[in-house]
Design a protein around this ligand. Structure first.
Ligand code: ATP
Length: 293
């Protein structure tokens, strides 16, 4: 039976700023999102049972296999759209660290939208898929579009831009053993909003200009700031330790992605990234060398 396999790429934020709170309670953000080569693989096929059912399987512990999984929710939405009396079996080959700030669940969800659009020949445009995706999570439209983008509003308003040259850099990802939920990070940030205004914020427009004109990292990194890191790095000391090790080992820049806790370092030199990997992998199980996409 026909099956579709789609790559589900992780992301990091090259910058993340919180502008305030919207009337609906969501935070208004301004971010630069960048896909990495580190990815899950999603395979979708029809079950052939003639019943509307969703069967989820995975090769990794800790991934929910019911409605809590964003891939499940995407399938439910797609089956409902055409009132299909068909079932799907979705297999998630999981490589993206879970609850890391790397949009793993959102990437899997986006991949299911793309795969089912093809499997059922639904002919939905990318814009339509993004609108559907936004119903399930703020990062999903970006995961559908891919590449590098500025995200505004709650994160669903996406404009594609030019990213860093993938040929020039290695990316080292390291996930601390301690974590903090996305909700808790934003709540802490809001509590300290007055103080946070006084901290250094990224100039996103300048960063987009720098990326477009191929400025070197030396210039770009002044605006590669994630304001949520001000909160998490105080709560989770491993974040500072990982950044310190990456920089000591020769990273051009190191910072936290999303609401964390994963940290990524950008390296030019293959030897240096390998040495940093060896030191961090001894301490942190989830350490990966990857690249930009
Ligand atoms: P984001 O960067 O979008 O905030 P994240 O990388 O921090 O996401 P996920 O890996 O998506 O976080 O996982 C967050 C939680 O979502 C997990 O604890 C898990 O229970 C749930 N989840 C839902 N769908 C998935 C999925 N497909 N893969 C992994 N976790 C999922």
């Amino acid at each position: 039976m026909k099956q579709i396999t789609v790559d589900a790429y992780s992301k990091v934020n090259l910058a993340l700023d919180v502008l305030g709170r919207l009337p609906n309670g969501y935070h208004e953000v301004h971010m630069i999102m960048q896909q990495l080569q580190l990815k899950d693989r999603i395979t979708v096929k029809k079950t052939g049972s003639g019943r509307r059912e969703i069967i989820l399987t995975t090769d990794k512990d800790g991934v929910p296999l019911d409605y809590r999984n964003l891939a499940f929710q995407a399938a439910q939405l797609m089956l409902g759209l055409e009132e299909l009396t068909e079932g799907v079996h979705i297999h998630i080959e999981k490589h993206i660290p879970i609850a890391a700030g790397m949009a793993g669940g959102s990437a899997d969800c986006a991949a299911v939208f793309i795969a089912m659009n093809e499997l059922f020949d639904m002919k939905l445009s990318t814009a339509s898929l993004c609108r559907l995706g936004a119903k399930l999570g703020a990062d999903i439209p970006f995961c559908i579009m891919g590449g590098t983008a500025v995200a505004a509003g709650t994160g669903t308003n996406i404009t594609k831009i030019k990213g860093l040259n993938p040929e020039k850099y290695f990316v080292l990802v390291c996930k601390p053993s301690q974590g903090m939920s996305t909700g808790a990070v934003y709540a802490k940030y809001s509590e300290r909003a007055g103080e946070m205004i006084l901290r250094k914020h990224p100039d996103i427009i300048r960063l987009v200009g720098g990326l477009t004109s191929d400025s070197g990292l030396e210039i770009l990194k002044k605006d590669m700031i994630n304001v949520l890191q001000y909160v998490t790095a105080e709560e989770l000391t491993e974040i500072k330790e990982i950044i310190y090790i990456m920089e000591r080992k020769g990273a051009e820049h190191a910072m936290m992605t999303g609401s964390g806790p994963a940290v990524f370092g950008i390296f030019r030199d293959s030897q240096k990234v390998a040495e940093a990997y060896m030191e961090l992998a001894e301490i942190y199980e989830e350490t990966y060398i990857t690249g930009f996409r």
